[in-house]
Ligand binder design. Structure first.
Ligand SMILES: Cc1cc2nc3c(=O)[nH]c(=O)nc-3n(C[C@H](O)[C@H](O)[C@H](O)COP(=O)(O)OP(=O)(O)OC[C@H]3O[C@@H](n4cnc5c(N)ncnc54)[C@H](O)[C@@H]3O)c2cc1C
Length: 449
């Protein structure tokens, strides 16, 4: 059996390592445009900020390691065409220019995503950079050394992490987003207010609700112009989101309107010999039951592993995702799973929410930090549909617990009586998750009276 894999960061590397073990007789060939595999982009801001000093720690595999598993690694090879009828691919060696033709019995599509570059004048100026792969991380570090002022466009989690990194490195920083608050896809306003204040307290300029209209400069960027003003700047990092890298299969397999490949529960595309995983795909989003585009490394490694298991026949189902994610900005720890009230409203899903504000552990302990937990649920079925937490104490694992609750269809009332441990170092006798469940039951009683 000949298996071709296109792309080897997280989804591809997970698929390849598992396939090499499961199918030792198979002939596996990986085509990868970059000169490295498995770069952990999640460490990019930490690397830029100097927290991670040795960049080698940002890789958990290497072409040599995969070759050691018997895999043929065609590094710095870009696949240019896929003939799905003949099951053939054409690639080019980016170093020599040589054309490579190959055939496959099974194709694993793990081409991931690429940052969106909005159609704005001036995006080609020098010092307007993207933040995705290792080479780009190195360019950001190199270019930022000399500059005084940095502008980050896009206040999602990547933009926000970079703002923190640049501010801590002593740069003047402006953060611009068209939406009127940061992190609006992950957290509701009462949470993001705290994070915005943390930036304001440290002198970061927030220009929210402003749209970038153009970049100005001769060769190198000198200013960002928005619908509300002008920011003089030396360096711009574009963090406005990602689009799936799926041009190669356009019109050949089913996709969402944004180009994300749709896969079934077993990672099979609409072409029986092509499986796909990671950022190039849509995922099953449990809170709505619909396919959604949620590019996360967590989804990528799980899907890549499932591709390997289901390559020959469907044996292991994808349980789907809640889009669970976490973030650490200065001394604030936050995490969310499933729908927020903001995202529910945008999707026309009616939810109710309970918010618990309390200390993370008893106040007789030397320190006790505030915790804000919000749990959202469907009013009729009372099933938990989303949750958010923020605290200076690291209570983010509670969101993983609530992710399980969403996945298994637990109701808010059942949450009130789940068995959680108590130990004064860590928490209160009534865990704040239980309290959310109990409070929801109280509101219901009040409504019935
Ligand atoms: C700055 C940053 C921080 C992040 N932080 C987190 C985090 O904290 N937690 C989290 O869960 N996720 C995080 N993510 C998201 C995560 O990095 C992605 O979800 C993950 O990289 C997806 O992996 P992938 O293998 O599907 O795709 P990608 O990482 O996009 O990799 C695709 C690979 O395919 C190759 N390729 C594409 N086209 C071709 C072709 N034609 N021929 C050959 N090779 C090709 C590319 O070179 C690339 O190596 C972060 C992303 C960024 C950019």
């Amino acid at each position: 059996m000949k298996i071709a894999v296109i792309g080897s960061t997280h989804a591809g590397t997970a698929a390849v390592t598992n396939m090499a073990n499961l199918y030792p007789e198979a002939e596996i060939t990986v085509y990868e445009k970059n000169d490295n595999v498995s770069f952990l982009s999640c460490g990019l801001a930490l690397y830029v900020g100097g927290v991670v000093e040795d960049p080698q720690g940002l890789f958990y595999s290497s072409p040599e390691q995969l070759r050691g598993l018997g895999v043929t690694m065609k590094m710095q090879h870009a696949v240019q065409e896929i003939d799905t009828a003949r099951k053939q691919i054409k690639a080019v060696n980016l170093v020599t220019g040589e054309e490579v033709n190959d055939s496959y019995d099974k194709l694993v599509m793990s081409t991931g995503s690429w940052p969106i570059i909005p159609p704005i004048d001036g995006t080609k100026l020098d010092n307007i950079l993207l933040a995705k792969n290792f080479n780009q991380a190195n360019t950001i570090i190199e270019k930022s050394r000399e500059v005084k002022h940095v502008t980050v466009v896009g206040a999602g989690y990547i933009g926000v992490e970079l703002v923190e990194a640049f501010q801590q490195a002593g740069k003047e920083v402006t953060l611009i987003d068209g939406v009127d608050r940061i992190l609006n896809k992950y957290l509701d306003q009462e949470f993001t207010d705290h994070v915005e204040q943390a930036f304001i307290d440290r002198g970061v300029e927030l220009r929210l609700g402003e749209t970038v209209t153009r970049f100005e400069g001769k060769n190198t960027v000198e200013a960002v112009v928005t619908n509300a003003g002008r920011v003089e700047t030396d360096l711009v990092i574009m963090c406005v989101g990602f689009r799936p890298n799926t041009e190669l299969l356009k019109g050949k397999v089913d996709m969402l309107p944004n180009g994300a490949i749709t896969v079934d529960d077993y990672m099979r595309t609409s072409d029986p010999d092509i499986l796909a995983a990671g950022d190039c795909c849509a995922v099953k989003y449990n809170p709505t039951g619909q396919a959604a585009y949620i590019p996360l490394a967590t989804n990528a490694v799980r899907m890549g592993t499932l591709v390997a298991r289901n390559l020959i026949e469907p044996v292991m189902k994808n349980v789907g995702t809640q889009g669970t994610s976490g973030l650490h900005i200065y001394d604030l720890n936050m995490a969310s799973t499933g729908l927020t009230e903001t995202s529910a409203q945008a999707m026309d899903v009616h939810v109710k929410s309970i918010t618990i504000n309390e200390k993370h552990r008893p106040e007789f302990m030397p320190t006790a930090e505030d915790v804000m937990l919000k749990v959202s649920y469907l009013p009729d079925s009372r099933k938990i549909i989303g949750a958010q937490v923020l605290s200076k104490a690291d209570v983010t694992q509670s969101i993983n617990t609530l992710s399980v609750c969403i996945q298994t269809g637990m109701t808010i009332d059942e949450l009130g009586f789940v068995d959680f441990f108590f130990q004064p170092h860590f928490n209160q006798p009534w865990n704040f998750l239980n309290k959310a469940g109990l409070a929801a039951a109280d509101t219901r009683k009040a409504e019935l009276v």
